[in-house]
Structure formats: C-alpha cells, structure tokens
Write a protein that binds this ligand. Structure first.
Ligand SMILES: [Zn+2]
Ligand SMILES: [Zn+2]
Length: 266
C-alpha cells in the first residue's frame, strides 16, 4: 500500500491512499487543479481515483469536491450528515446526486481491493469520521479534526502500518495568539482539534513495532510551527508510558500546501 498528502492543514486537505490496483482520495479541500498536480507528482491522475472519501463538510475538506465530481464523476463516500452538509454548502455547486454513497461509521465497505473503515470522531461537524484503509494485511489510518481521543479511537486505530495524524496547534501559541476568544475555545474544546501534546500522547498509545511511518498533519498556520509539532510529538512519545522513544520511528510533518513524500508499506 502507499499514501501521500497533497495538502494538509487548516487551509486545505487532500490525501491519496491506495494499493497496486485501487486508489482513493480522502477529502478534496483544495482546488481541482492542485489535486491534479499533486496526483501527477506520483504518476497518478484524479481520474484514477475510484472514490473520494469525505471526513466532514468543513470547507478545508470539501472546497474542491464540486469540481472533482463534475469533471471526473468520481463516487463520493460520506456519512448522511456530511452529505447534507455538502448539499447545503452553496460554494460547492451542483453535484450529481447519484455520485453520493452514504456510509455509516463502524460499517466497513469495499472499493476495489481496499476495505474502508469509517470511524467516529469528536468534532464540530454534522457526523464526522476518520478512515482506516486496509488491503490484505496492511492498514493505513488518516486521523484529523478531532478535539479528544478515547479508547474507541485507540482501538480502531491500532495495528496501523502508517498514519497521518493531526497535530493542530501549540496550546501556548493558540492562547496568546490573535484568534478571537470563542474560536480559541472551539479549537481547544472537545469538538475542536488535537494539540501537539495530545497528538503525541495518542501516538504513544498507537505505536507498535510494525508502525512504519507517521506523518503529522492538519497543522494550524497561525498557532503552530512544523518544528514545534515535530519536537513536541516526539517528546510526548518519549515521556509516555510506552516502550518507545520519539526517534524510534520515522515521524515527519506533512507540508501544508505541497505534496509530501510517497510513503509505501509492504
Ligand atoms: Zn479541517
Ligand atoms: Zn473540521
């Protein structure tokens, strides 16, 4: 299996996951043009995508969805709540209703040779999910946009070969930063985003000997820095109750608006 990030951050998200036979896109929160350029970086095109899996209806996850749907007719997989959210987002424009495939959290479905597992997350959207994508014995997880994690998340995200994990903000930068108070409270709250510390603590619980690669993503432009996210997450892993140190695993930060490295697990 392989995956890469085309964009990851509070201003746009698009991740590509696939096997030798099947590729899917998770979120389409950047322009159709940037999605296509990102795919081209690894000899793929948007047309190759056999599905687009949407996590939730916030614009940084769906802003390019209308264009992709109209131009390529790619099937869209999302929860009923997310579909309603997409339909009521005027800027997305018209989408052929037959492209929507409603999914239910905790009910796996198949696209080509990929088995997709949608997982509930705690975020201020209608019915948001994260995804684990399986092919044979391999599993890749994409987990962003969640305010808190619990044993359910730890259970569903266990045994991954590689993952993209949110490290949204540094709590101090957010607290002293320029965001209005209610927005700060939203981000820090149960339905907001994972801080660097929480991200590192969660990662400490998900690591196992066969985890091959971790990409940190969905960094806030205002309230985080790539080096800070990287160092904080590694420190939390080292300090946590797990047998590992932060530098036992390849961990890197996904670029906000450029294509990441191609991560292969086999
Ligand atoms: Zn987001
Ligand atoms: Zn969101």
């Amino acid at each position: 299996m392989e995956f890469f990030s085309i964009a990851s951050g509070s201003s746009g998200n698009c991740i590509c996951v696939g096997s030798d036979e099947t590729h899917v896109m998770i979120d389409a929160g950047i322009s159709g043009k940037r999605i296509e350029a990102g795919m081209n970086a690894y000899d793929l095109t948007t047309k190759d995508m056999q599905g687009v899996l949407i996590t939730h209806e916030h614009s940084d996850h769906i802003s390019g969805l209308g264009v992709i749907a109209r131009k390529y007719g790619i099937p869209i997989y999302a929860t009923e709540g997310t579909i309603q959210g997409i339909l009521s987002t005027k800027s997305v424009g018209k989408i052929d209703p037959s492209l929507f495939h409603p999914i239910v959290p905790d009910e796996a479905f198949q696209i080509g040779d990929l088995e997709i597992h949608p997982i509930h997350i705690s975020h201020d959207a209608a019915d948001p999910v994260a995804y684990v994508v399986k092919n044979n014995e391999h599993k890749i997880g994409v987990l962003t946009d969640l305010g808190i994690y619990d044993d359910y998340i730890i259970d569903k995200m266990s045994g991954l070969d590689a993952m993209l994990l949110e490290a949204n903000h540094d709590v101090n930068m957010l607290q002293v930063g320029s965001y209005p108070y209610p927005l700060k409270m939203r981000i820090l709250g149960e339905y907001g985003h994972l801080s660097n510390e929480l991200s590192g603590q969660l990662l400490g619980k998900l690591l196992h000997d066969d985890m091959k690669h971790v990409l940190l993503g969905h960094l806030s432009k205002e309230n985080n820095l790539p080096e800070l996210a990287y160092e904080t997450v590694r420190l939390e892993v080292t300090m946590g109750e797990n047998p590992y140190k932060g530098n036992d695993f390849p961990i890197e930060v996904a670029p906000r608006s450029e294509v990441s490295r191609l991560i292969k697990v086999s």
